[in-house]
Design a protein around this ligand. Sequence first.
Ligand code: ZN
Length: 441
Amino acid sequence: MTMWCERAVIDGEVVDGVRITASGDGLITSVERATRPADGEMRLGLVVPAFANAHSHAFHRLLRARTHADGGSFWTWRTAMYDVAGRLDPTSYRAVATAVFAEMVGAGFTAVGEFHYVHHRPDGAPYDPPHAMELALVEAADAAGVRLTLLDTCYLAASPRRPLEPQQRRFGDRDADTWLHRWYALRDVLAASGSEHVTLGAAVHSVRAVPPAAIARIGASLPDDVPLHVHLSEQPAENRASIEAFGMTPTEVLDEAGVLGRRLSVVHATHLEPTDVRRLGAAGVSVVMCPTTEADLGDGIGPARELADAGARIALGSDQHAVIDPFLEARALEHGERLAHGARGRFTPRELWDAATRGSYEAIGLRGGRLEAGMPCDLVEVDAASARTAGSDPAQVIMAATSSDVRTVVAGGRVVATGGRPLVGQPEELLMTAMEGMSRR
Ligand SMILES: [Zn+2]
């Protein structure tokens, strides 16, 4: 497959006349600059590396613009989320995830880290055959053509030393070893399934929901190359609970448990002490900021610049999917910084491209997000002449475009969206069908 791009943003720079060639196995074999188009090539306009979504809970999409009427807090929103979680089964989970992954593909994401914790039946009993909910996500990703890192999540407690509440039972496993046993069994099932799109990663839900000894056990028992994610200090109440129970901040708990390191991604990292920032930076963790969610839920603005300066790598995720839009997510990161610090350019456009592309791929254990030989051929054509983008410097178009400007999307050398429309189907139709199916049950 050969594509000729009028322009491409490569390492943050605008390059004219770029020819990208991909092999049959979906990897880029060459990137030539200053070329002229030839017959038989796919012609594209402005091309950028494809985006990865480093933090997703697909089913949260069901709450979009349905929870705003009564104010409330993160914790009241969570009650609404538990209601939805309680109504899912493998069929509806697959249907919702297909719609959400389709929306992602249409927005220019070619990879997603799904932080998945709805494992069991509502009463906590396992599905038979096992792994039904996990396989539903894999089938959804296959259908949409998005690469999936399935972050199977250990969730053991409501809060330190308090057992799961009834509505959390389907998230939970008895203890770390039970979860590990399930994780290894799932790995075998996925290997046998032959899906091209799935990588199995892992998560511990949070310091609130997984005791320190279990975090240590999991960190020591997973293969070294498996990405490990954790929600970290999203709410002040989590920090208070951690200090009360363990005498340590959540970051200190993770450090004591031996899991701070380059394979770890901490999600949100909103309410940190300066010493937490130094620890996370020195360990070289990935920090997955979810700025549109953090704004939507009133979480706060995390110290992203300080974390990056301390040595952490920045990634981005759309988390609860108030919007699914890599441009808005990147922009919200910089806008939060500007609002909090009264200064522009806290992150340069180049750094925002990097966070949304290579940084986010790296956080979910995948290669990608770069237009260079050897990388997966994942790219996005952006309309550079829309009402939003006309006249913009292409290197800075991340500060102007939205997902509405995404035209062709290529994942693994295969077109997965064209004219801004995912080939699997219209996301809105897929979603409405999924919602109607749930209301009939
Ligand atoms: Zn989350």
